[in-house]
Design a protein around this ligand. Structure first.
Ligand SMILES: NC(=O)c1ccc[n+]([C@@H]2O[C@H](COP(=O)([O-])OP(=O)(O)OC[C@H]3O[C@@H](n4cnc5c(N)ncnc54)[C@H](O)[C@@H]3O)[C@@H](O)[C@H]2O)c1
Length: 262
């Protein structure tokens, strides 16, 4: 599916975790549509990723930022607004996963899962919200997961953090609806050729003592539409929520081929 809209031309759209994978694919889509696209990541690769988009003639800026550092996040968003313009869209895609038997999760694991997936998402929203309130317009798309709807075995801290992202989304959708800011979450299923799936499949290989092929077969078999999620499935849905989707807020949309149905 290829969607097009003029709605994003010249608008500032910020994507976190955009050095690679799903985040980069979303940033590329925004840039192609004429948005002033800001790519944020803790990985310095993000600067090169943004340059790649600039070389195609698009407007893109790469910023190295750890989204768990609240002061740095607020400073960074203030600079984006003063140097590039008011923020129209924020995609909180940056996230980390971890997989191990529950009893082996120590404080450091819980901290990491919640600091990046939940606190980082919250801080970036705090950074972007003022310009959206001022303009009485804006879109925020938070990355939850299928595991945030129905928790995944061996991934309890991740599941709990992604569940928190869904409820954060609902609370903020209520809070900012009077400003016409639409805030939704997406809940992808296992998305092929990404960092999270590479980590998770490595975890299953280790914890379930299966080969990679067996892991892929086992999890594909659970998907009614018979395949894993593709990055493009996620990009198209996020783009819809950014450029259209005018009557949607507070939702947590499954992009799972029917694997998750509530
Ligand atoms: N891939 C999947 O199967 C899948 C399924 C469901 C949900 N998700 C969610 O989708 C999002 C993207 O997943 P992905 O597989 O593309 O991930 P990925 O690991 O490929 O990329 C995530 C990016 O986030 C960045 N990041 C991590 N910590 C950061 C921090 N503190 N500050 C700034 N950037 C940071 C990483 O450097 C990386 O570039 C995540 O939120 C993930 O939980 C992924």
């Amino acid at each position: 599916m290829s969607l097009f809209s003029d709605n994003l031309k010249g608008k500032v759209c910020v994507v976190t975790g955009a050095a690679k994978s799903i985040g980069f694919a979303i940033a590329e889509k925004y840039a192609e549509q004429g948005a002033k696209t800001v790519l944020i990541d803790i990985d310095p690769l993000v600067v090169k990723s943004a340059e790649e988009l600039c070389q195609k003639g698009y407007f893109a800026k790469g910023i190295v930022l750890n989204i768990t550092d609240r002061d740095a996040v607020l400073k960074c968003f203030a600079e984006i607004v003063s140097e590039i313009g008011d923020i129209y869209a924020l995609v909180n895609n940056a996230g980390v996963v971890d997989q191990r038997p529950f009893e082996q999760n120590d404080e450091a694991v819980f901290d990491r899962m919640f600091k990046v997936n939940v606190y980082g998402t919250a801080y970036c929203i705090q950074g972007a919200i003022e310009s959206m309130k001022k303009n009485r317009d804006g879109r925020i798309i938070n990355f939850a997961s299928k595991s945030g709807k129905t928790g995944s075995a061996l991934m309890a801290p991740y599941s709990a953090a992604k569940g928190a992202v869904i409820v954060l989304t609902q609370a903020l959708a209520y809070e900012y609806a009077p400003y016409n800011i639409k805030i939704n979450a997406v809940c992808p299923g296992i998305t092929d050729a990404t960092g999270v799936w590479s980590n998770v499949s490595a975890g299953y290989i280790d914890n379930l003592k299966l080969s990679k092929e067996e892991v892929v077969k086992k999890f594909t078999a659970k998907v009614p539409l018979g395949r894993l999620t593709d990055k493009q499935d996620v990009v198209d849905f996020v783009f819809f929520l950014t450029a259209s989707g005018d009557y949607c807020t507070g939702q947590a949309f499954n992009i799972t081929g029917g694997r998750e149905m509530h």
